[in-house]
Design a protein around this ligand. Sequence first.
Ligand code: ATP
Ligand code: MG
Length: 442
Amino acid sequence: MRLSRYFLPILKENPREADIVSHRLMLRAGMIRQQGAGSFSWLPLGKRVLDKVCRIVREEQDRAGALEILMPTIQSADLWRESGRYDDYGKEMLRIKDRHERDMLFGPTNEEMVTEIFRSYVKSYKDLPLNLYHIQWKFRDEVRPRFGVMRSREFLMKDAYSFDLDYEGAKAAYNRMFVSYLRTFTRMGLQAIPMRADTGPIGGDLSHEFIILADTGESQVFCHRDYLSLPVPGADVDFANDGEIGGIVQRWTTPYAATEEMHDEAAWDAVPEADKVSARGIEVGHIFHFGEKYSKPMGAKVTGPDGKEHFVSMGSYGIGPSRLIAAIIEASHDENGIIWPESIAPFDIGLINMKVGDAECDRICAELYAAFEAAGKDVLYDDTDQRAGGKFATADLIGLPWQVIVGPRGAAAGEVELKNRKSGERVTLPVAEALGKLGVAA
Ligand code: ATP
Ligand code: MG
């Protein structure tokens, strides 16, 4: 992509409405545009990151055996009357009437709808386990939308729903999602810690929030230092092996970890002083087993091996891709801007032509651009006539992992400069070697 043809509305000044660094940087880097309270448009740079985040989420859901569907945003109130939640949900639900005066709502979540799909088709335990997910916009009329896309009213959510014959099956499904989440967040360069969460009237211990440690987090959290170095399973983890998956969950739930709501002073006192991590945290995911809460009132049942009918045991599993992007920036930035992990960077490489119009600079940039494209690298080519200083500032602000800088002096000698955004390290190399260092054949 050529920057001269791109839409990257960079802000020079710090926007006054932004209280936290991720919100500030997302606005300054031209990733999002606020359209109203808690409502944002995703501009080209932001959209690219959102797509990359969703791709990782999707790959890890699929790997764990979940199947992607897509349900509507607008739902019928009658469906929610079946579960009793239409009256219970409160003011966070946006209630709408259609032209026939029928009560509708903009979905804050999809338990009822997915249960309706399930009960219409699945009748036998032989069709289980089943886990259906979608990535869809949600609306929650939050009391205090704030911090940009961190807590917005309209936001993207990946929500998965598992259906099993009994508690044992549901627990295995829960464990698969647990491990899938560990992999998902690690692939985005994040250290997410699963923390026991409140199960309310459902009871049991199958509810975890996945928390990123960050000073600007909304919750106070407590955990054992061991979490910062626990190994995350590789891509070869066998999701068909309940024992293996259960073992990983066991290891990841043994050291102490809890949010303020679930904090247990006695258990905390038992953690050695040097191992205590008490910090602020951002919730990026939440997994929850709720058994027959919806299957019973909505009549979602299957015939078991015993020939009898059983209400299915369910769980739901959420990740907020839009909030995740803010959380990643909170965890990875410096005074000059964003530092994207390679896996979700909007472009892999920023190619900077310091003197557009200089024959050698233009020629080398064209050559590099073609080589990057041919190698399947996403490259943003700054071919604008801005001053060099402005180009560097933009490149640092938008945080692409690598900058390739082509200036007239180097170009005359057939050399370019390579800068790693994360380490700040710069090296001057002949063109072919620079390509090699970025994994591209010259
Ligand atoms: P919170 O406690 O932060 O209000 P929640 O418990 O209501 O979140 P869930 O219903 O568990 O959230 O939703 C699953 C995921 O969706 C959350 O882990 C989070 O990543 C995301 N999410 C929830 N609410 C918002 C919001 N207002 N803005 C952006 N993302 C959100
Ligand atoms: Mg939650």
